[in-house]
Structures are given as structure tokens and as C-alpha cells.
Design a protein around this ligand. Structure first.
Ligand code: 5GP
Ligand code: ZN
Length: 113
């Protein structure tokens, strides 16, 4: 847990977020600046700076399953959705605590920008 990390503070409950699910591995909440009708973030409870630093495969798998669970509970499973993990500068990562974006409620485009 890092006081300087905004997502650690969301996990700790010291800054507010609209939580949608949580389990022993992770927490899911709504993105404050949504890029789609449904835009959820799924993060590990434990601070990991990015996918490039991740070492615990079981914990990563649990986050993927939590992403699928919140996509289902937001009604996205049938039409489909996109899961994105921006990593590092070229990946467009701005918050340096690993997070999965779950985006849905509209058709996505490819290639991404
Ligand atoms: P990145 O660009 O690092 O992949 O994504 C970071 C995401 O975190 C952005 O979509 C941004 O809107 C979201 N975000 C940044 N600060 C906060 C916050 O304090 N609360 C919530 N709910 N989302 C945040
Ligand atoms: Zn953190």
C-alpha cells in the first residue's frame, strides 16, 4: 500500500470510488472518466506498478475472472466487451498501479488509437 498511489487509496477506502465488486485479490470500480457507456477498472489489492512488473500468475488470473464477472453484472456478456491493460509510456499508462479496463455498451474499433 502506497499513500502516493491513488488506486491503493481506493483499495484502502481513503478516497471514494463507485465500487462494483471485490474479492480477496482485487477490487472493481467505475472509471471516473468513462470512455464507453460501461467503463470499469479492475485492480489488485496489492500494489503492482504494471503488467510488466507482475509475477503472480494466479493473482492475474483472478483479476481476469473478476473482469469477466463485472462485465456480466454490467450486462455486457452477450453483446461483448473489451479488456485493456495499458502498460508503460507507449501503452498509455497514466496510473502506475496495474489495472484492467473493462469497456462495453458500444461497438469498439480496431486498431486502437
Ligand atoms: P490508464 O491511462 O493508466 O490506463 O488508466 C487510468 C484510468 O484511471 C483512466 O481511465 C482514468 O480515468 C482513471 N482514473 C484516474 N484517477 C481516478 C480516480 O481517482 N478514480 C477513478 N474511479 N478512476 C480514476
Ligand atoms: Zn497502488
Amino acid at each position: 500500500m502506497s499513500d502516493a498511489c491513488i488506486f491503493c487509496r481506493i483499495v484502502a477506502g481513503t478516497i471514494p470510488a463507485t465500487l462494483v465488486a471485490s474479492n480477496e485479490h482485487g477490487v472493481a470500480f467505475r472509471d471516473v472518466n468513462p470512455q464507453a457507456p460501461s467503463h470499469l477498472l479492475v485492480i489488485p489489492r496489492r500494489h503492482v506498478a504494471s503488467l510488466a512488473e507482475a509475477t503472480d500468475g494466479a493473482a492475474l488470473g483472478a483479476l481476469m475472472l473478476l473482469a469477466a464477472e463485472v462485465a456480466r453484472s454490467d450486462g455486457l456478456a452477450e453483446a461483448g466487451y473489451r479488456v485493456v491493460v495499458n502498460t508503460g509510456n507507449d501503452g498509455g499508462q497514466t496510473v502506475h498501479h496495474l489495472h484492467l479496463h473493462v469497456l462495453g455498451g458500444r461497438a469498439m474499433h480496431w486498431p486502437p488509437g
